[in-house]
Write a protein that binds this ligand. Structure first.
Ligand code: FMN
Length: 323
């Protein structure tokens, strides 16, 4: 029997959830809606929501709109990033008032201001601050409260060392991307770290990082004992990966099938982006942001061509030529 409460989890107890990862600049409500309509991840996340301590406006209006979207019956987790305890608690309350039922704290983001400002992954260096923030956020959240983290800031031990804090505070589940913050995206995710965290944890651990194929995902579940998987870049490159892992689509696809899928995904997103964003310039720049995560040698040339287009009309023409 699990030793943790399951009632609050955003997935059904006894199932193995496949989650769509939060990706800033990518997993906005249009992208999430596309995934929900086509492959229905079990759980989806917002992009991180910045919580500024000094600002009087805790949460941007655009973020509030993202939090409020429910995506049918697929649970939406709102992810917060920040380091000011009071501000994070206030943001959690604002998020719940906006309709959020599941909240997550980002302890993984490796970039620029996030790390210099002691938020995201940089907070892994400050267990003293986390000892204040984590219990306070837990208390503030009425639904599930989870943490998405790297293995450590510059080592592979911080996540493991923080476990007692997470368990005692009543965190509902963890999502581990087993690289260090300093590594960024270099090298490979070391899922031996995931297996060690699973073995030492009373909390469900969701495995994340470098899951690119059905074989990757199934092997990782078996080797690590993780409670579920979170797919990021692999899901963008091959949205059917969700269905492949469920055994509801062929485990592998031909290059032509993958190319067709790329074209269909981008065409569908373009339609949704026309409703979400304003003006050709913004739509083109946003869709290129998605394109940036669609790394796969199978269609690298086509993606490069699309990236080089200068207008939305050119992009659409180039996309149509790929059929
Ligand atoms: C473009 C991009 C944006 C990301 N934004 C976020 C974010 O907002 N919050 C977060 O926790 N992780 C973010 N990540 C990290 C992913 O959620 C995930 O942990 C990482 O990409 C490893 O998983 P993958 O190999 O399946 O992509 C981002 C990653 C990428 C590539």
């Amino acid at each position: 029997m699990p030793q943790h409460p399951t009632a609050r989890l955003p997935w059904r107890p006894g199932t193995t959830p496949l989650m769509l990862a939060p990706m800033q600049g990518v997993t906005n409500r249009a992208v999430r809606a596309h995934f929900i309509a086509t492959v229905r991840p079990d759980v989806v996340f917002t992009e991180f929501v910045r919580v500024a301590g000094a600002s009087r406006k805790r949460v941007a209006r655009s973020d509030l709109r993202e939090m409020a979207t429910t995506g049918g019956e697929v649970p939406l987790v709102v992810q917060l990033v920040g380091h000011d305890r009071a501000a994070l608690v206030e943001a959690a309350q604002i998020a719940e008032n906006a309709g959020a039922r599941h909240l997550n704290l980002n302890l993984g983001c490796p970039y620029g201001r996030m790390t210099t400002g002691l938020t995201g992954g940089a907070l892994l260096q400050r267990p003293d601050l986390l000892a204040e923030i984590v219990p306070a956020l837990r208390d503030a959240c009425h639904g599930s409260f989870s943490i998405k983290l790297r293995a450590g800031y510059d080592n592979y031990t911080a996540a493991r060392e923080l476990l007692p804090l997470f368990e005692t505070a009543g965190v509902d589940y963890l999502i581990l991307h087993p690289r260090t913050v300093v590594e960024g995206y270099r090298g490979a995710a070391d899922h031996r770290v995931t297996a060690a965290l699973v073995a030492g944890s009373r909390l469900p651990v969701i495995a994340n990082g470098d899951i690119r194929s059905t074989a990757d995902g199934l092997h990782l579940l078996k080797a690590s004992g993780a409670a579920g998987l979170m797919l990021g870049r692999g899901a963008l490159a091959d949205p059917l990966l969700f269905q492949r892992l469920r055994g509801l689509a062929p485990a592998t696809a031909t290059a032509n099938e993958r190319l067709l899928q790329l074209r269909q995904t981008l065409a569908a997103l373009l339609e949704r982006y026309r409703n979400l964003f304003c003006g050709d310039v913004q739509i083109l720049s946003k869709i290129k942001g998605v394109l940036g995560t669609m790394e796969d040698p199978i269609y690298a040339r086509q993606v490069d061509e699309l990236k080089q287009t200068r207008t939305l009309a050119d992009f659409s023409r180039c996309l149509a030529q790929r059929s």
